[in-house]
Design a protein around this ligand. Structure first.
Ligand code: ADP
Ligand code: ZN
Length: 619
């Protein structure tokens, strides 16, 4: 038997530096890789962009060098394995994937590589791993002490709690039963306690050390605007702040995805639709274009996003309200993985609140689960209506205390509020009158008509013109009333129910009616205009400030990178990140040694591309 050598700490640093070209570990990375390389089990909770991949890749490489053999990476996302493996091979790490997209011959070749122990990392989907054929290969490796580590990515897929549940993940506890002494590392960006407890239980990770990072994403700026005309607001946001940037626009329905994509295209954006109703081939093509081309706006339902590790997504916009804070955090978290400034922007209005409530009410979940969903929605509404720091609230939801961030809309422009106590009483008493008058409830549209004293067929039909509350709110605009109602729902004084979102009083409404609470509500504001940038689509600013000659070098490096990416059939960021190219352009290294000091330039890339880069920089 070969002596197995647990990699010492400096060997892990060496891998970080030589293979990945980075100077230092981030956050918990160092503790994690030491623990796992030493054979410990770990559960890693780290926000998107936190650097989870290195947490298993570095132990995998170090343990392979120590004679431990192959690391098997469980990933649910077949479509992304090709790029993940491509990135490792670019860095000089022998990696492969096994999935249904491979031809028989290729699969056989990779199986041989795996069985020989030459492969450092093998990616596969859980359903593949649990086949008798695959398990037989694992057995064979195991018997020869060549099964080094299991990495279970997107580990929250084992929990029914979130929206990414995958049945096949449940079978993964078998790995522990069959190979109890092979270390396992499970990773996820889903933070809540319930999901975490599910992962521990279902993957049998009770002995695993847990590494919980802060969930703050300081480079993401959170902005939530009141929806007035969602499209116009989105257009202004995109034109003013993200012309030419890659980003994601989330919509709730497939239909809205299609319409929004068509409309953005007509407005001159490179927009593509993505939802589960599209043909698999179309989805793959659109995803590829998003990853490989610059400046694509993906208009999508939540079917899009998990595992997308494109680092330079500059914005995530929501045209509809997500389900809860967990979803909001996950979806917005896809922006700015590279640590460069990014935006999380959302427009939401009364109709969103009513719709989300209705979807919960109409769902076929049991009453307990519905109650839970309603509570979660309420927490999101409270975030959307907050007058204070969004980030403080967001982090608080995940159990973290923090100070006002200075990088959210509320911190940057404190929202104006007004004393809406009187208006709220008028609205609530009008609903009370409806109830007295005929025992029927009505939706927001009719309520606003009655408050504003507008005669309609419906007011006539129900005799509402005779109510004492008819016209008592004619001093406020319709938009202001809708904003009041939305906030009353969010604050729990009103309930929107059923297919038509009819409004009913809650028990706490009485406190308002009796004048026992004073209500300060947000003044509906126009989206605050930020400094208008006049960028054209082709010259996005680099992630670092550069002078003119630096900019020219940056452009030349990008053109060169595009060529390489095309040749290798990989997204450009797999070759080098923008940040790496920008640092090259700024530092202008003249030798290979100097080039090696740039963050993101590992030994293999230096060898493969060093001379080329120096040539590009010299011209
Ligand atoms: P996650 O999977 O947690 O969302 P990734 O593993 O994709 O995050 O890492 C996010 C980005 O940060 C990647 O571009 C990665 O190369 C970079 N990164 C990770 N760790 C480091 C580090 N120690 N130093 C510099 N960059 C890092
Ligand atoms: Zn803030």
């Amino acid at each position: 038997m070969n002596p197995l050598v647990t990699p010492p700490a400096d060997a892990l640093h060496e891998v970080l530096h030589d293979v990945f070209g980075y100077g230092a570990f981030r956050g918990h990375q160092e503790a994690i890789v030491e623990h796992v390389a030493g054979g410990g089990d770990a559960l890693v909770l780290m926000p998107t962009g936190g650097g989870k991949s290195l947490c298993y890749q570095i132990p995998a490489i170090a343990r392979h060098r120590g004679g431990f053999g192959v690391t098997v990476v469980v990933s649910p996302l077949i479509a992304l394995m090709h790029d993940q493996v491509g990135a490792l091979e670019e860095a000089g790490v022998h990696a492969a994937f096994l999935n249904s997209t491979l031809e028989g011959d290729d699969a056989r070749r990779i199986e041989r590589e795996m069985l020989s122990g030459r492969l450092v990392l093998l990616y596969a989907a859980p359903e593949r791993i649990l086949t008798p054929r695959f398990l037989a290969m694992l057995d064979s490796l195991h018997e020869r002490d060549r099964l080094s580590l299991f990495a279970i990515d997107e580990a929250h897929c084992v929990s029914q709690w979130g929206h990414d549940f995958r049945e096949e993940y449940l079978g993964l506890s078998a790995l522990h039963e069959r190979y109890p002494e092979v270390p396992r590392i499970a990773l996820t960006a889903t933070a809540d306690d319930h999901t975490r407890a599910d992962i521990v239980e279902r993957l049998a990770l009770t002995q695993a050390r847990q590494f919980v990072s802060s969930f703050d994403r300081p480079n993401i700026r959170y902005t939530i605007v009141e929806k007035d005309n969602g499209r116009t607001q989105l257009l202004r946001f995109l034109r003013d702040e993200h012309d030419g940037d890659a980003g994601i626009v989330y919509c709730q329905s497939r239909k809205k995805v299609e319409e929004t994509a068509t409309w953005l295209t007509a407005e001159g954006f490179a927009a593509l639709p993505y939802h589960a109703g599209l043909d698999a081939g179309v989805r793959r093509r659109h995803q590829d274009r998003f990853l490989r081309e610059e400046g694509i706006v993906m208009v999508a339902t939540i079917a899009f996003g998990m595992g997308i590790d494109k680092p330079d997504v500059r914005f995530v916009a929501h045209l509809d309200l997500p389900k809860n804070i967990e979803s909001y955090y996950q979806e917005t978290g896809r922006a700015g993985r590279d640590g460069v400034a990014a935006d999380a922007w959302m427009a939401y209005g009364l109709a969103d609140v009513v719709n989300q409530r209705r979807m919960i009410d109409d769902g076929d979940a049991d009453e307990d689960f519905k109650r839970l969903q309603r509570n979660k929605l309420d927490a999101l509404l409270a975030l959307a209506e907050a007058h204070d720091c969004r980030r403080v609230r967001l982090l608080q939801y995940f159990g973290e205390d923090s100070a006002p961030c200075g990088n959210c809309d509320n911190c940057l422009h404190a929202p104006a509020t007004w004393d809406a106590t009187e208006a709220a009483r008028k609205a609530l008493s009008c609903i009370y009158r409806f109830h007295q008058h005929g025992g029927i409830t009505f939706g927001a549209g009719h309520l606003v008509d009655v408050l504003r004293g507008k005669v309609t067929d419906k007011t006539r039909q129900h005799g509402h013109e005779t109510l004492s509350t008819f016209g008592i709110g004619s001093d406020l605009t319709e938009a202001l009333w809708r904003s009041v109602l939305r906030q009353l729902i969010a604050l729990g004084y009103l309930r929107a129910e059923g297919e038509y979102g009819t409004l009913g009083l809650t028990t706490t409404a009485r406190d308002v009616l009796k004048g026992e609470v004073q209500l300060f509500l947000r003044v509906p504001a126009e989206t605050p205009k930020r400094v208008r940038t006049t960028r054209s689509r082709t010259d996005r600013p680099p992630p670092l400030p550069l002078d003119d000659s630096g900019l020219a070098r940056f452009a030349a490096l990008k053109a060169w990178r595009a060529e390489v990416a095309r040749e290798h059939n990989l997204p450009a960021y797999v070759v080098f990140h923008d940040a790496t190219l920008a640092e090259m352009a700024r530092e202008h290294p003249g030798t290979l040694e100097a080039l090696a000091d740039i963050g993101g330039v590992g030994a293999k890339k230096l060898e493969a591309y060093g001379h080329e880069i120096l040539r590009v920089l010299a011209t």
